[in-house]
Write a protein that binds this ligand. Structure first.
Ligand code: ZN
Length: 268
């Protein structure tokens, strides 16, 4: 499932060809994804210029010259690619934006949990899912104090709290596991352990720093198109913990119906 680094990768890729470009036409190949597409989507974006492509959490926001913004979420399996003019859409290409340059911006989503909505730009910040988002983890709004505040009194496991987009925007199953490993924190600890008397604990400071580090590194790796071992613990059940001199092995447990990967030896 695409998380902040993957969505940021898509944003940069698409922005490089689409920002400042006019949408010649849009080809809408089905009625919707998780929800129906906006009425008359194709007609409403035809001839309009993409002013700016930004990201908030896992959402992509394409601000259009017509005073509206395309709000997109990649769901479980979505991706947005840039293809040449000669490209012919495939089965799961649900919307194709044909730019004036001829390039095609293709929204592909096999499992169809994605979202594509068209919202008046002035109302974007009030769009319910966006309005509910917590701080952006790579911005100054996010730190140990904001993390501790969001988790204060929460009896949920810390891993489960990190998936809550109101706590911090953009984390998902992969990078939550990765950050907890960097911070040496057990995913099973109670989220409330991040604050004491309203102040962030040492664990909160470690975790906030780990979240930033893990996401920053992933964004850079994706930008470099780096292959090789990307993850420390995610999807590495049974393998040796990558922490030097740890000697533990990665375990997989299920929390809130999602897999968590961690090292019981060094994550406490
Ligand atoms: Zn370990």
């Amino acid at each position: 499932m695409p998380e902040l680094p993957e969505v940021e990768f898509v944003r940069r890729t698409v922005a490089s060809v689409a920002e400042g470009e006019r949408i010649e036409r849009a080809v809408v190949r089905r009625a919707g994804l998780r929800r129906p597409f906006p009425v008359d989507l194709a007609a409403r974006v035809a001839g309009v210029t993409i002013v700016r492509l930004s990201r908030r959490g896992k959402y992509l926001l394409a601000e259009l010259s017509a005073g509206s913004t395309l709000v997109m979420h990649l769901g479980m399996s979505g991706w947005i690619r840039v293809e040449p003019a000669s490209y012919e859409p495939e089965l799961h290409d649900h919307v194709v934006f044909v730019l004036a340059s001829g390039s095609k911006v293709v929204f592909n989503d096999p499992r169809r949990f994605g979202v594509l909505d068209l919202v008046p730009t002035q109302e974007v910040s009030r769009w319910p899912a966006l309005a509910a988002l917590g701080p952006e983890p790579l911005s100054a709004d996010f730190d140990a104090a904001s993390l501790a505040r969001a988790c204060a009194g929460s009896r949920r496991a810390i891993k489960v709290a990190l998936l809550d987009q109101r706590v911090v925007a953009g984390l998902g199953n992969i990078y939550a596991s990765e950050a907890l490993h960097v911070a040496r924190l057990s995913p099973r600890r109670q989220a409330s352990a991040l604050s004491t008397h309203g102040q962030p604990t040492a664990a909160a400071h470690r975790l906030a720093a780990a979240i930033r580090a893990v996401l920053t590194r992933a964004v850079e790796q994706l930008a470099r198109n780096a292959d090789g071992q990307r993850f420390r613990v995610y999807d590495r059940e049974g393998q040796r913990c990558p922490r030097r001199r740890c000697g533990g092995r990665v375990r997989r447990i299920v929390q809130a119906a999602r897999s968590t990967f961690f090292c019981p030896a060094c994550q406490r």
